[in-house]
Design a protein around this ligand. Sequence first.
Ligand code: SF4
Length: 274
Amino acid sequence: MAIPATFTFSQSSLKDYHDCPRRFQLRYLERLAWPAPQSADVLEGERRVWLGHAFHRLVRQHQAGVPPSVLTPLAEADADLARRWAAYLASPYATPPGSVRRAELILSAPLAGYRLEAQYDLVVGTPGGAWLIVDWKTGLERTPRSELERREQTVVYRCLLALAGASLNSHRPIPPGQITMVYWFAAGHRPAEAFPYDADQYERDLRILSDWISEIASRPEGIWPMNAARCPSCIYRSFCAEDVPALPAEELEAHGEMEEWLPDSLDLLEEIAF
Ligand code: SF4
C-alpha cells in the first residue's frame, strides 16, 4: 500500500518505522487497531501511562495560566503524581523565562514531498532571543544521553522549530543556534538532559529527515520487514508474533518504550475550566 500524498510524518511514526517497518505499515497504512496490551503487567502499564497523561494535563493547565493553588489539590489525589508535580513546581522549567509560551504546541512543515509535524510539551522563548523546548518525562526512563541525542524526537523537534517556528518569532525563522531542547525527568531519578542546537546540525537534520521520509515513501508493496527484536515491546504481538511474551512495564519504561495509550476509563483527571 503506497503512502498517501497527504500523509503527515511525526517523530512517533518515524520511530515506529525505525523500530520495525512492519509496525509502521500496520499502524499508519493498514490502520490496524492493536488487540494486545503492551506490558506483561497490564494494570501497572496502564497506571504508568495514566500518570504520564495526568502530569501532562496539569502542566498544560499551569502553563496556560491556572495557578498551582488550584491544580495542586488535583495532583494530591495520587502520591506518585503529587511527587512529580511538586518536583515540577520546584524546577526552573515550570516558569522558564520568555515572552512567548506555548504548551502542547503543534508545528508542521512540508518536507520531502510530505508534511512533518511535531506536538511539543512546551516551547518558551523571546522573539530575537533564546528558545527552549521542554519535554516532560514522567517515568523512570534510563535511555543514555547519547541515544536521547539521536532519538527521532530530538531530531524532529529541534529541526521543526527552526523550520516552522517563525510565527512565534515575529515572523522570522528561529536561528538554530538559539534553540535548546531539554528532557526533564519528573521522577527525579536523573538530571535534565539539555541539547543545544546549531546551524550545521540543522542542515544535517534536514537531510536525515528527508532521507528517512524518502526511504519510507519508496518502500515497495507487500509485507514490510519485521524486526523480531522489537516484538516483546510491541502492541501488535498478538497479530504477528503471538507466542512472544510481553516485557514488564518497568522495563518498557526504562527504555522509553511505553506507548502513550490510555483507555478512556482511566482518564480520571478533569480539565479545570478557567
Ligand atoms: S509484533 Fe514484531 S514484527 Fe509485528 S509489528 Fe510488532 S515489532 Fe514488528
